[in-house]
Design a protein around this ligand. Structure first.
Ligand code: ADP
Ligand code: MG
Length: 325
């Protein structure tokens, strides 16, 4: 068993003073978005959720891998050819991603696109990628290949095979953007969950935190640890839902940008951080670097916390603000 998932353990104080708890879900970018907000009115709540739906559409249009008309698709199509004018928001997330690449010694890298596509296509065709093709795709990887013109707001990928992929940051980013919308509308208590990328805002009145359980699917969905979250993001990376498969062996869909091979030192990571974006990024980076990475990151930033599940799926280690039970 190599799998972990997050579960919101909710003890309802469903109404408090003038606020009531409202919940609504919608589907976006292949996952479910679950919103729980304490709002003074149902009308305001739905207005906020409608704005969140709209916001995720914009984010999808900017960063989606799955549509030809996204800004990302335009940037990728013009790789090695010509700089592409991009909206400020696109440029900002590219810059943020580069900063995280620097912080993670390149373990998190949005230029993973070529390698990822190679692994996807080859395992789908029933084989492992040939060494020579992995070597070629490694030549198309590296955040230094992203060239930004701040003044003209343009992005150029240096090499016709370079491809950007926001798969390890996009959902966390979308969560933080939805939290921002809620706060701008006066909502302070709530929780946003986008396919396991979670941000816990202020807790329900009278409670100290939101409780999120880390669950092991199968085996009776046993909860192996419980997190008390307030103004924190949390994310998991692991192969419980998405993975490549070849001859019965599962390969992580997280690729080590240095070796070109799927990460395999750890089977699952839970990351806690000050934002959902950061939790998303660091869960991926620690999947690549293993416990060494977790140690390094918590030394630099005390607010970070990690649960790392080792190769055999049993051994668990905790780092920083994550306290093992
Ligand atoms: P999940 O999709 O389970 O939330 P992640 O947040 O770790 O998992 O994102 C994995 C996705 O990120 C992959 O599907 C791929 O699109 C992309 N990716 C894979 N390896 C890396 C990496 N080393 N750095 C950045 N993105 C990656
Ligand atoms: Mg991630």
């Amino acid at each position: 068993m190599r799998l972990l998932a997050l579960l919101i353990l909710f003890f309802c104080s469903c109404s408090h003073g003038t606020e009531n708890l409202y919940e609504r879900s919608f589907y976006s970018m292949g996952s479910t978005v679950e919103l729980k907000f304490y709002s003074p009115s149902e009308e305001l709540f739905h207005r906020i959720v409608d704005a969140c739906v709209e916001r995720t559409r914009e984010i999808d249009w900017l960063f989606s891998n799955y549509r030809d008309d996204s800004i990302l698709a335009q940037v990728n199509r013009n790789a090695g050819v010509t700089p592409v004018p991009v909206p400020g928001e696109f440029l900002r997330l590219v810059r943020t991603s580069i900063r995280y690449s620097e912080l993670t010694e390149g373990a998190f890298d949005i230029t993973i696109g070529s390698l990822f596509e190679l692994w996807r296509a080859e395992t789908k065709a029933g084989r492992l990628p040939a060494r020579s093709r992995i070597r070629d795709a490694l030549g198309c990887t590296g955040f230094q290949k992203i060239k930004i013109d701040e003044v003209k707001s343009q992005v150029l990928l240096d090499g016709d095979c370079v491809r950007l992929d926001f798969g390890a940051i996009g959902k966390g980013y979308a969560v933080d953007e939805m939290v921002k919308i809620a706060r701008e509308n006066g909502i302070s208590r709530g929780l946003v969950n986008f396919g396991g990328n979670i941000y816990a805002m202020d807790p329900p009145a009278g409670r100290k935190s939101w409780d999120v359980g880390v669950r092991k699917p199968g085996s009776g969905n046993k909860i192996i640890s419980k997190l008390d979250l307030m103004r924190k993001g949390v994310a998991t990376s692991g192969d419980y839902e998405r993975y490549f498969e070849h001859e019965g062996k599962r390969y992580s869909h997280i690729i080590n940008p240095k070796t070109g091979w799927p990460a395999e030192d750890v089977t699952s990571v839970v990351a806690v951080s000050k934002s959902a974006t950061e939790a998303d990024v660091f869960s991926t980076a620690v999947s690549v670097l293993g416990s060494r990475g977790a140690k390094m990151f918590v030394r630099k930033d005390k607010s970070l916390g990690f649960l790392v599940v080792g190769k055999n799926g049993e051994e668990r280690s905790c780092f920083g603000s994550y306290k093992c039970p």
